[in-house]
Design a protein around this ligand. Structure first.
Ligand code: SF4
Length: 370
């Protein structure tokens, strides 16, 4: 089957731009559609193409004509849900018999949004194995009514997702991401401020924590699933001489044993890259030697969800963390020499004075990679 996997275009202006005229926010990188590359990796035997509309926003119509897909898969986040819908409508207007499948975070968390005539299937959670099952079932003419984690759309009726239990089998380790399918876009995937090419590698899915604002746990049924060290090394090597690797996990350090083993293996392998990864501040405070070892393995910057400026606020988010731990983590990472990108959830009720205690830290914390 000819399968076209689509990364939606940029979603236009952000809320700060739209609502408050703040135009100083700039993207610090543009990355590859790893989710689609991962899905493509398990669609062996099919002719698969990836269309990245973030790079080629005008190419949808021409690609549908030239490639002639039998199935189109669209992924996206919540801010891209309307764009995903518009793409599905364009696809169906182009040819009604193209099967349209949506997945990704919004489809997993709010599947009803996609219960529309322009969409045939909605896939929940990590879909590398599920999509393959769906494609095989469609090709074989089998019923698709009871495929775990996959709903057949029925506009106006209630969606039913047959239950799915996620496990490491869903990672389909033997099949690496199809990085080759975005080769023509490779020069566009950069760390903007440094003008360096950047590649994405997944080491883990899910998270052992339960922050109540976060969707990550639900994507794997609450499980923390990590790749084998061998497959992570393989994927890093597949990216060739790309100098910067973003470990695209919600929490790369969710298992200290795994993070330690991976760090040792990277050092031993002689891989010479700069890494960016997500870590919790309490992991930094409880395991400073691990951070030091990762720095020696190439960890250049970490993304930390500080989220809030008070312990009360952190408790309200079930973050299981404290402001003092955030502050200590910043000190440790500065001592080691790892750059910090801090994420905050800014409450609409904050006053300017609420942010003042953080000003000094925010100035010290480089938000753009040096
Ligand atoms: S630690 Fe991060 S990834 Fe894990 S649940 Fe909290 S916000 Fe989500």
């Amino acid at each position: 089957m000819k399968i076209l996997l689509i990364n939606p275009p940029n979603s236009g202006r952000s809320i700060p731009e739209e609502e408050y005229g703040i135009d100083s926010l700039k993207p610090i990188f543009r990355g590859e559609p790893l989710a689609l590359e991962v899905l493509a990796g398990n669609l062996t035997g099919h002719e698969v193409m990836i269309l990245d509309l973030k790079v080629e926003p005008e190419q949808l119509g021409q690609t549908l004509t030239d490639f002639g897909p039998g199935l189109v898969g669209i992924t996206g986040m919540t801010c891209e849900a309307n764009a995903m819908l518009a793409i599905s409508e364009t696809v169906k207007n182009h040819r009604q018999d193209i099967i349209v499948v949506v997945g990704g975070i919004h489809a997993s968390m709010a599947g009803d949004f996609f219960n529309r005539a322009s969409i045939d299937y909605i896939v929940r959670g990590i879909a590398k194995a599920s999509l393959r099952l769906l494609v095989d079932s469609i090709e074989a003419g089998k019923t698709t009514a009871a495929l775990p984690g996959i709903a057949r759309t029925a506009p106006g009726k209630k969606l039913t997702f047959p239950p799915k239990k996620y496990s490491t089998l869903d990672l389909v380790e033997a099949q690496p991401p199809r990085y080759d399918l975005v080769e023509r876009y490779r020069d566009s995937y950069t760390l903007t401020s440094l003008d360096l090419n950047m590649g994405f590698v997944a080491t883990a899915f899910g998270c052992p924590f339960r922050c109540n604002f976060c969707c990550i746990r639900s994507l794997t049924d609450g499980k923390y699933l990590h790749h084998t060290v061998e497959s992570v090394l393989r994927d890093i090597k597949l990216l060739g001489d790309i100098p910067v690797i973003r470990l695209l996990d919600a929490n790369t350090f969710g298992s200290i044993n795994q993070a330690t083993t991976l760090c040792t293996a990277i050092k031993k392998s002689g891989i010479n890259k700069q890494f960016l990864a997500d870590v919790r501040s309490d992991t930094v405070v409880n395991h400073p030697q691990l951070m030091q070892a990762w720095h020696e393995a190439g960890l250049r910057a970490v993304i930390i969800g500080f989220e809030e400026i008070s312990d009360t606020g952190l408790r309200g988010m079930n973050k299981a963390n404290k402001v003092a731990t955030n502050t200590r983590a910043i000190e440790i990472l500065h001592e080691i020499g790892i750059t910090i990108v801090g994420d905050f959830i800014i409450s609409p009720w904050y006053k300017e004075a609420d942010l003042m205690p953080w000003n000094a830290t925010l100035i010290v914390m480089p938000l753009i990679y040096p």
